[in-house]
Structure formats: structure tokens, C-alpha cells
Design a protein around this ligand. Structure first.
Ligand SMILES: Nc1ncnc2c1ncn2[C@@H]1O[C@H](COP(=O)(O)OP(=O)(O)OP(=O)(O)O)[C@@H](O)[C@H]1O
Ligand SMILES: [Mg+2]
Length: 407
């Protein structure tokens, strides 16, 4: 079932959200429609930068439907990612989609900007302001700043509108430690949550894609985010095998920085590296290779320099992190019980997360595994949509969530 007829065309790949789950033989997979109805225009606009075109749902239209219940109780799903934080609100859909960056005034510790505005400051801040990414490798690395980030996004949503504190489902990497779990829970509680439930990221992604996680038939999800790549086989509401590596989009960008430094003595920043990856990065040879002009600082002469970079060079730069992801997928398949392996052979592998948008990622994995591989629809929002779907069907999914406890 070759469902990506046009993906060979680099023109298509450039905008490449390859929407293919409709071709997977699974009738229970339409959750995207539940939270992102087509044709609605948002009446709020929260700017996002670059990477994910996220449809927003209308607040007022949905709020009316919820009536009194909508005023007293609110459920919020949060994907607190290394790169991006997304918030889903019951009856409204995705209302926040912002980079996980906070700009802080050094002397007072006061947050100056959160999200896109803060991300634009990375590598450009005057001494007095620092732009911090508080999550690393999918988990909270800077507790205080994460709390500021969470509190900002929760307050944008909750502000004076509800009588009760929200119940929150937050996705977390499946390999999260107890200490890391506590950090997430405490952050969310301090930021105003009533109850906090943690949902393993691959499970959230699978639910968000609309896959039937409660069935005995196994399915494989690969979520390639900014900090972690999670590979999970899911069946009967549980994660049967799971491989989580702390190599994902961030490492890819870092590899581009290292490559340019080593081969061209050109120093570039984090944001430029990400731009290169998004504009001309690939995991598989393209029919028509692309080029791009890159500006940076010449390390020898110490002055700004421009370089013409080709997509094949970028592919070379990305080789190491991509090989690591491929190895992790192979390892995961080796660990998969044979019955479930045959399910995956039939149903294929679903890719989610921003890394799924890298050109040719699915082709590379298809070539390496001989399995059908599909990119989910709107891959960067699958996890938060999964948190939302889990809240909407709380009873059904309570088994897959962990309620965080004090001790
Ligand atoms: N078109 C694209 N091509 C390649 N990479 C992309 C593209 N768009 C976004 N990315 C990368 O995807 C990553 C962000 O993905 P995502 O939002 O899923 O991560 P996250 O959920 O914040 O991280 P994690 O799940 O690891 O905590 C970034 O590294 C970003 O550079
Ligand atoms: Mg993620």
C-alpha cells in the first residue's frame, strides 16, 4: 500500500506533512477530526514560529456548547516538549502552540517573554536578559523556569474563566524517572492544577493519531521530538516494548553546527542550524537536491561569511543522529514479541513529532526495516491531541494514565 504517491516530488516534500493514516487498516482512527474540526476560524491568535502549522479551534463557538459545565470544570492537556509546548482545552482544541523558551531578566529572575518572542531572542540577548530552554531531553532540566513556562501557558487558558482549578493531563517521556515525574507534577500544581495525570508520550501520540490502543493488535509509534525519540509497541492499553533515546531534532541541529565548523570553519547559531534542517534537511536522497545560502562567522578571519550549502551536505551532517534513530528502531523491533511483530508488518509504523517532518525520514525507515512507514497527520500535534482525547474519554483511558502521587 503505497500511500505516499507524491512524496518523491521535492516540491511536496518541502511542505511535507504526509497524511496517510487513512490508509492504515484501522477504522478507529479519526481523533484529529474530534479536536480540529475543519473550516473554523480562530478568534484568538497566539503566534507560532516556523515549524508547525497548527490549526486552532474557535473558543467562543465551543464555549457556548459547554454551558455551565464549561464554566465550573475545565480539562487541559499539555504537551510540555523540549522544543514546543502545546495546550489543549476541552471544547476548544489546541489553544497554545509555542516554543518552550522563556526569556528571563537576569537581575530579578522575572520572565520577560515566553514562547515565540523568547525563542527569537536565543543567541541575541543583551547581557541582562537570558533566553532559557528549561527542558532538556524531554524532561525538566530547569525547574524554576519550567514552572514559569507552565504557569504562563496555563494562565493564558484559565484566566478568570473557570470556577475550579483545572484537571491536567501532561505527556511525559516513557523513560521518565520518579524524580523527573515529581518535577512535572510539582510544576503543574504550582502553576494552578487541581489534579495532574501523566501520560506516556508514545501512548499520547498513538491516541492522538486515533489508533485503537486498547486492542490486542500491536502497533508501533515512533515519536521524534526535539529532545527524545521514542519508539514504542503498544497493545491492550499498554506499552509492550519501548526504546527511548535522547537523540532527536536538537541533536540533528547540533550536528549541522559541528559539520559547518569542522568542514568550513563556519560558526552558526542554534536557530540558523534549525532553519537549515527544516529548509533543506533530509534523511534520504532526494530526486532534486536543494541548496541554501547560510550566513555565519568565519572562525579563522573572525568576520561574517556566506556559504552555499547543499541538501546532500546537510544529509551527511545529519547522518549520525539519524543512524542512531534507525538503530533504536531496529533494536525495538528485535525486542518485539513475534505475534506483535507480525501485526506491525501488516499495519506498519506511524511517525509522529517534528522529526517526522524531516524529508525522507519515512523512506529511510522503510528501507531499513522493510515495513510500511507512515507520517501521521499534523505530526507535531499528535501528542497534545492524544492528551485531549484521553481527557474526553477519561474513563476509557484512565488505565493508561498515571496519577502522580505525593509519595
Ligand atoms: N520540517 C521539519 N524538518 C525537520 N525537523 C523539524 C521540522 N519541523 C520541526 N522539526 C524539528 O522537530 C523538533 C520539534 O518537534 P516536537 O515539537 O515534536 O518536539 P517536542 O515535543 O518539543 O520534543 P520532545 O518530545 O523531545 O520533548 C525540533 O527539533 C524541530 O527542529
Ligand atoms: Mg514531544
Amino acid at each position: 500500500m503505497d500511500s505516499k504517491k507524491n512524496s518523491d516530488d521535492p516540491q511536496n516534500q518541502a511542505t511535507a506533512v504526509v497524511v496517510d493514516i487513512s490508509q492504515v487498516d484501522d477504522p478507529l482512527q479519526k481523533s484529529a477530526e474530534r479536536v480540529l474540526p475543519a473550516g473554523e476560524t480562530p478568534d484568538i491568535y497566539i503566534p507560532t514560529r516556523g515549524t508547525g502549522a497548527t490549526p486552532y479551534t474557535s473558543r467562543s463557538a465551543k464555549k457556548k456548547k459547554l454551558g455551565f459545565l464549561g464554566l465550573i470544570s475545565n480539562d487541559i492537556g499539555i504537551d510540555l516538549g523540549t522544543a514546543n509546548t502545546l495546550v489543549w482545552v476541552r471544547g476548544e482544541g489546541i489553544v497554545v502552540n509555542e516554543p518552550s523558551v522563556v526569556a528571563i531578566e537576569r537581575s530579578t529572575g522575572r520572565p520577560m517573554a515566553v514562547g515565540s518572542a523568547a525563542k527569537e531572542m536565543i543567541g541575541r540577548t543583551p547581557g541582562e536578559i537570558i533566553a532559557i530552554r528549561p527542558l532538556k531531553d524531554g524532561v525538566i532540566a530547569d525547574f524554576e523556569t519550567s514552572e514559569k513556562l507552565l504557569s504562563d501557558v496555563i494562565h493564558r487558558v484559565v484566566r478568570r474563566r473557570y470556577l475550579m482549578k483545572p484537571r491536567i493531563v501532561i505527556s511525559v517521556p516513557s523513560g521518565i524517572t520518579e524524580v523527573e515525574k515529581r518535577a512535572v507534577r510539582d510544576s503543574a500544581e504550582n502553576a494552578g492544577a487541581r489534579d495532574v495525570f501523566l501520560l506516556p508520550e508514545p501512548m499520547a501520540a498513538a491516541i492522538g493519531v486515533g489508533l485503537a490502543v486498547e486492542q490486542p493488535t500491536g502497533l508501533m509509534i515512533i515519536d521524534i521530538g526535539g529532545g527524545t525519540s521514542e519508539i514504542a509497541v503498544i497493545a491492550l492499553n499498554g506499552i509492550v516494548t519501548n526504546t527511548s533515546i535522547r537523540i532527536a531534532g536538537d541533536e540533528m541541529s547540533e550536528s549541522i553546527i559541528t559539520y559547518l565548523k569542522k568542514n568550513f570553519n563556519l560558526l552558526i547559531g542554534e536557530l540558523t542550524a534549525e532553519e537549515i534542517k527544516i529548509q533543506i534537511g533530509s534523511a534520504f536522497p532526494m530526486e532534486k537536491e536543494l541548496t541554501m545560502e547560510v550566513k555565519g562567522r568565519d572562525l579563522v578571519a573572525g568576520i561574517p561569511k556566506t556559504l552555499k550549502l547543499s541538501s546532500s551536505q546537510v544529509r551527511e551532517a545529519l547522518q549520525e543522529p539519524i543512524d542512531s534513530i534507525v538503530d533504536a528502531v531496529r533494536e525495538s523491533l528485535e525486542k518485539t514479541p513475534p505475534e506483535l511483530a507480525s501485526d506491525i508488518l501488516e499495519r506498519g509504523i506511524i511517525l509522529t513529532g517534528g522529526g517526522a517532518l524531516l524529508r525522507g525520514m519515512e523512506k529511510r525507515l522503510r528501507q531499513e526495516t522493510n515495513l510500511p512507514v507512515f507520517v501521521a497527520e499534523d505530526p507535531m500535534t499528535c501528542v497534545v491531541r492524544g492528551c485531549g482525547a484521553a481527557l474526553e474519554n477519561f474513563q476509557q483511558y484512565s488505565k493508561v494514565m498515571m496519577k502522580s502521587r505525593r509519595d
